[in-house]
Design a protein around this ligand. Structure first.
Ligand code: G3I
Length: 356
């Protein structure tokens, strides 16, 4: 356990393999230690919340704009992180354009109404709002930061075959309720129009290794890929100490890559319910085995482009914050010291070299 600034750089250790990312929040950039930790150990960042529709959309400005088809946005926080990333040469994964969660209901309602029971707008209206939203966000970002953003999560968490939903799709999603399954190709068509050269378009989901869910996703991505609308699959990677079996992850990565897609691990964390030495050693073993698997696949030629941790330290992880779980799931502790899990991940590229 040493201070983050005494430890070898994690992203440098992986520089011949893939980018190593972290989910960050704008307040971290105001904190000299967080800034230094991020710049030393990560080559990519994702905004944990501040590029989501609920954070970008500005209802007051939208009402003032008077256009029933075009929402207005406020990019202040997102821009701050993009500027920082560009200045220091960090790459950015944009998360997320279309998601049922953290998108306010008023975006889908007639006249932008925020009444809880307001009728939903027509299909044509939502299609136009979707296109305009994607155009305005991507155009804004790409005006200044086209070279900084390398991947866009275009659609997130659209499939839920195992959660009492009537079909494969997450039926409670307002995207699904207003547009049906078409919301996915429509989103990707719009994103293709406004992406910058070199940027990749992703579908992103959790538990994307579960065979039933994986197969539902694969079927949809195959159709998108046949129309050249998608470039990659984002496998979130929220895991536990004893779940899932990494053989299932490996099989899923092979199947997604088999469609001709790049694969990124986009939200990695391994829930660990204790900070004690025994459980942290188990966490280290598990992280080590996971990265060994990713490196083996990558060196075999599978297009794994980046692996992003969902948070920077145990103290800022959503598992301790949002879920209030008492979890110690990441590579740095609350004091920003490296944990055994850090050492285990850091060691894997050299171990893989010995096997080459
Ligand atoms: O910032 C407000 C604060 O002002 C307010 O007082 C407080 C009261 O609840 O809420 C704060 O916002 C919370 C935000 O996290 C920042 O902490 C939101 O309520 C809370 O909903 C939000 O949770 C986020 C969650 O997505 C919501 O769906 C987590 O931070 C974020 O880590 C999590 O990320 C998702 C990915 O986007 C998609 N995949 C799953 C992943 C984990 O759930």
């Amino acid at each position: 356990m040493i201070a983050f600034d005494k430890a070898p750089s994690l992203c440098r250790a992986y520089s011949r393999d893939f980018w190593i990312g972290a989910a960050v929040n704008p307040w971290m950039l105001q904190d000299a230690e967080y800034r230094a930790l991020i710049l030393r150990h990560f080559s990519s960042v994702t905004l944990e919340n501040d590029m989501k529709p609920e954070r970008l959309l500005d209802r007051k400005a939208t009402l003032a704009g008077g256009d029933p088809l075009r929402a207005q946005m406020n990019f202040t926080l997102a821009d701050r992180v993009l500027s920082f990333a560009a200045e220091y040469g960090l790459k950015v994964r944009f998360h997320v354009l279309c998601w049922h969660n953290q998108t306010p209901r008023w975006f889908f309602a007639e006249n932008w109404s925020d009444a809880p029971d307001a009728p939903l707008a027509s299909r044509e209206t939502i299609l136009s709002r979707q296109e305009n939203y994607i155009r305005d966000v991507m155009t804004h970002v790409n005006q200044r930061w086209a070279d900084t953003v390398y991947a866009w999560d275009v659609v997130n968490e659209a499939f839920e075959p195992d959660q009492n939903e009537p079909g494969l799709y997450r039926a409670r999603s307002l995207w699904y309720q207003t547009l049906g399954p078409d919301f996915i190709p429509a989103a990707f068509r719009a994103a293709r129009r406004y992406q910058a050269p070199g940027q990749q378009l992703y579908y992103n989901d959790y538990n994307a290794f579960q065979p039933e869910k994986r197969d539902a996703i694969l079927a949809a991505l195959k159709t998108l890929k046949a129309k050249s609308l998608i470039d990659g699959m984002g496998m979130q990677g929220h895991m536990n100490l004893d779940w899932p079996d990494f053989a299932l992850c490996e099989e899923a990565i092979r199947r997604y890559a088999g469609l001709g897609l790049s694969v990124q691990v986009t939200e990695l964390d391994i829930h660990c319910p204790g900070a004690d030495a025994e459980r942290q050693a188990a966490l280290a073993d598990r992280y080590g085995a996971y990265f060994a698997m990713l490196l083996r696949l990558h060196r075999e030629g599978l297009p794994i482009g980046s692996v992003t941790f969902w948070g920077v330290t145990d103290r800022d992880s959503w598992l301790t914050g949002f879920r209030r779980e008492g979890s110690y799931p990441l590579l740095f502790d609350g004091e920003k010291h490296t944990k055994p899990a850090f050492d285990a991940v850091l060691a894997q590229p050299d171990k893989a070299l010995l096997k080459d």
